[in-house]
Design a protein around this ligand. Structure first.
Ligand code: SF4
Length: 611
C-alpha cells in the first residue's frame, strides 16, 4: 500500500529517524525517560521532538526503502514505538462514530441537550469532536479513525463499528441504511488502499455544516433559551433540531443521506473478503423501540450487538426521570434481542432522581439475579449533572443531589464485586469533561480508585474485563475449559470460557439454548425469525490477544491456538445433547468467511450448521 497523504514527510528526516530507531532498537527495555532522552538527542529541526506517530511513519518509510538493515528486531522495535497498545488488546479495533443531531423520543431529565450533537452527547467529548469535524459523515468518521489507528501502528483488519447517538431506531430507515452503507464503504475503500483525495470527491456531505449560528457557547448550551430569533425560549432540543432540519441546507443534505437495501448489501458483500473487515456492528437504542420488525431490520443492517438503556429496573425511578417506558419494556426488549441472538450491552445508572445508594444496590442486584436481564456487557453511569439537562431545575429546587464520594465509591465497589464472570464491565463513569459537570463526580479514573480499594480489601473482580489475558503468551495445556450455566428469559445460557490457572480469560463463547417446548412461548410469537426454528445460537465468540492480521499464523498469540474452533466444537456437542436440529451463529459481515471455513452454511440472516 502506498504511503498516504500525511502532512509529515519522512523523506525530509531520513537520517534523524534512522538514528532514533537504531538507538531505540538497541535498548533491551525502554523506559519513558530513556525514550525521551533519545528523542531530545535527535530533534526535529527547530520544531521540537518527533512524535511516536512520526516514528511509526518513519519506520514504515525506511523499511519500504530497505534502510533498516541495522535494526536487529523489527517487531520489537515496532512494539516500542507504538502508542496506546491497549486499544487492540481485546483482539478487535473499535471505531466509534456518531449519528447526526436528531430528535429523540425520550425526555429523560438527566440527558444533556447540546444541539450540535445527537441527543445525550456533548460536543467536547473526544469522539464527538471527531464526528463534528467530519460533519457527522459516517464515511469520513470511519475512514479517518482507521487511518489514525493505522498511522500509529495498529492493525485495522478486524474492525468493530460502534454507532452512537440518540435513539438509533428512531432515525428514518433510509438514513439508517445510508449510514451503515457509508461505514462499510469507508472500510472497503480503506482496506483497498484508496487515497484520501478520492474520498473527498465522494463526500459531498462534507460540504454541509451542521453547526448553527450563533456559535457562542453559553447561548448554545442553554437550549431552552432563544438561540434563533424565531425560536421561543421554552423550546426543547427536539423542537430546535426539528426546526433546523427544515432549513433548505438540511433538506438538501437529507437527500444525500439515503440509500437502498441493495446498495447496502453490495457494500456488505464487498466487505466479506476486504482487508478491513467489519467483525462487529453495534447500535444504541431504547427498550421501547425494540419490536420484532426492528430486530429484523437491525439484523439486516449487519448489527451484532445492541447497546440498550435500561437505566433503572424500578418503575418508580423510570417514571420520576421521565424515561417514557417501564421495566416491562426492558424485559420484552431483552427477550426479543436474545431470541435473535444479539449481544446485549446494557446501560445502567446510579444516583438517578428518586433513588438512593441503598436502592441502587437493590436495583443493580436485579440485573443478574432476574433471568429477564443478565446483560453480556454493561456500562455503569452514575448520574452527573450537566447544565443543559432538565435535572438542573431539580437540583436548584433541592430535589436531587449527587452522592458523596464515599457513597459513590461504596456503590461502585459493590457493582464491580457483583458483576458475574460472563459480563464485561465496559465502562464505569461516563467520560464527560469535568468542565461540563455542574456537580457530582469529576474523577474520570474512578474505576481505578475503586479497584485499588478492592485490592486493599481483598475483593476479587470477576467480570470479563478484569480477567482478560492481554498480551500474556499461553499454551493450550495451561488452559481449562469452564462452562457456566444460567437461566435466561428464553431458556438457558451457557458461557464457555478458556481460562488460565489464575482464572484469566483467553477466549469465550456465548451459547443460547432457547426452550423448545411451545408452552414457553410467552409474549411474542416465537420464533419470529423462521430460520431460527429449533436452533441453538452462538451469540458471540471472542478470543483475546493482540489483533492478529487475517491469515497470520506464525505466532503463539492466543488467537492462533485454535480456541475458536474448540469452542465451536464444544458448542455443537452441547446443542446436540439438548436435541436441537441446528446451531446458528449471529455472524458479522466480516466474519462470514471464517464461519464458512468452519463448515457453516449461509442462511438468510444467520449462518448455521445442521446437527
Ligand atoms: S432516550 Fe437516551 S438520548 Fe433520548 S433523552 Fe433519554 S437518555 Fe437521552
Amino acid at each position: 500500500m502506498p504511503i498516504k497523504n500525511y502532512s509529515f514527510n519522512p523523506e525530509n528526516y531520513k537520517s534523524e529517524l534512522l538514528k532514533i530507531l537504531v538507538e531505540i532498537d538497541s535498548e533491551k527495555t525502554l523506559s519513558e525517560q530513556k525514550f525521551q532522552q533519545i528523542l531530545t538527542k535527535h530533534p526535529k529541526d527547530d520544531k521540537g521532538v518527533f512524535s511516536k506517530n512520526n516514528l511509526v511513519i518513519g519506520y514504515k518509510y525506511l523499511e519500504s526503502k530497505g534502510d533498516l538493515a541495522e535494526v536487529k528486531s523489527k517487531l520489537e522495535l515496532l512494539k516500542k514505538i507504538q502508542i496506546k497498545p491497549v486499544r487492540t488488546q481485546s483482539g478487535v479495533t473499535p471505531v466509534t462514530i456518531l449519528t447526526k443531531p436528531f430528535p429523540c423520543p425520550g425526555q429523560c431529565i438527566f440527558c444533556p441537550n447540546d444541539i450540535r450533537m445527537p441527543k445525550s452527547y456533548l460536543s467536547d467529548e473526544p469522539g464527538a469532536q471527531r464526528a463534528e469535524r467530519n460533519n457527522f459523515d459516517p464515511y469520513l468518521q470511519t475512514y479517518d479513525r482507521l487511518q489514525a489507528l493505522k498511522n500509529i501502528g495498529h492493525n485495522t483488519d478486524k474492525v468493530e463499528i460502534i454507532i452512537l447517538g440518540g435513539t438509533w431506531s428512531d432515525y428514518k430507515e433510509n438514513y439508517q441504511i445510508w449510514f451503515v452503507k457509508r461505514c462499510f464503504q469507508a472500510m472497503n475503500d480503506f482496506g483497498d488502499g484508496l487515497e484520501k483525495d478520492y474520498l473527498n470527491l465522494n463526500s459531498k456531505l462534507s460540504k454541509i455544516n451542521y453547526r448553527e449560528e450563533p456559535k457562542n457557547t453559553e447561548v448554545i448550551r442553554n437550549t431552552r433559551s432563544s438561540i434563533l430569533p424565531e425560536i421561543k425560549p421554552s423550546q426543547t432540543y427536539n423542537q430546535i433540531i426539528a426546526h433546523q432540519n427544515l432549513s433548505e441546507e438540511k433538506r438538501e443534505s437529507a437527500k444525500l443521506e439515503s440509500a437502498t437495501w441493495e446498495e447496502l448489501f453490495l457494500e456488505q458483500r464487498r466487505n466479506e473478503t476486504n482487508n478491513s473487515r467489519c467483525v462487529g456492528l453495534v447500535i444504541e437504542t431504547r427498550p421501547d423501540n425494540i419490536s420484532p420488525q426492528e430486530v429484523i431490520r437491525i439484523r439486516k443492517l449487519g448489527c451484532t450487538k445492541t447497546q440498550i438503556g435500561f437505566q433503572s429496573l424500578d418503575d418508580k425511578v423510570l417514571e420520576l426521570n421521565h424515561r417514557g417506558h417501564n421495566v416491562k419494556a426492558t424485559r420484552d426488549a431483552v427477550e426479543l434481542l436474545r431470541w435473535a441472538g444479539f449481544k446485549i450491552h446494557a446501560h445502567w445508572m446510579a444516583n438517578l432522581y428518586g433513588s438512593s445508594p441503598k436502592e441502587d444496590l437493590e436495583d443493580f442486584n436485579k440485573l443478574f439475579s432476574d433471568p429477564d436481564f443478565c446483560p453480556d456487557e454493561l456500562k455503569v453511569y452514575p448520574c452527573s449533572l450537566i447544565e443543559t439537562a432538565e435535572l438542573m431545575d431539580y437540583y436548584k429546587a433541592g430535589l436531587w443531589k449527587p452522592f458523596s464520594q464515599e457513597e459513590l465509591l461504596m456503590v461502585i465497589i459493590e457493582v464491580i464485586k457483583n458483576t458475574p464472570e460472563y459480563c464485561r464491565l465496559t465502562r464505569i463513569i461516563r467520560d464527560i469533561p469535568g468542565t461540563d459537570i455542574v456537580v457530582g463526580n469529576k474523577t474520570t479514573n474512578f474505576r481505578q480508585l475503586a479497584e485499588i480499594q478492592m485490592d486493599k480489601m481483598g475483593i476479587i473482580r470477576k467480570d470479563i474485563r478484569s480477567r482478560e489475558i492481554k498480551n500474556q503468551v499461553v499454551t493450550m495445556d495451561e488452559l481449562e475449559l469452564k462452562i457456566m450455566k444460567y437461566p435466561s428469559s428464553i431458556g438457558e445460557e451457557q458461557f464457555l470460557q478458556y481460562v488460565t490457572k489464575d482464572n484469566k480469560i483467553v477466549g469465550f463463547l456465548r451459547l443460547s439454548l432457547p426452550k423448545l417446548e411451545k408452552e414457553k412461548v410467552q409474549k411474542f410469537d416465537h420464533p419470529f425469525i423462521s430460520e431460527l426454528s429449533n436452533s441453538a445460537m452462538i451469540r458471540e465468540i471472542h478470543v483475546y490477544g493482540l489483533a492478529a492480521n487475517i491469515g497470520e499464523k506464525n505466532t503463539q498469540k492466543s488467537q492462533h491456538l485454535g480456541l475458536g474452533e474448540s469452542l465451536i466444537k464444544k458448542a455443537k456437542e452441547i446443542a446436540k445433547e439438548y436435541s436441537y436440529q441446528r446451531i446458528s451463529v449471529i455472524s458479522a459481515i466480516g466474519t462470514k468467511e471464517y464461519y464458512r471455513k468452519k463448515g457453516f452454511n449461509d442462511g438468510e440472516m444467520y449462518q448455521y450448521l445442521e446437527l
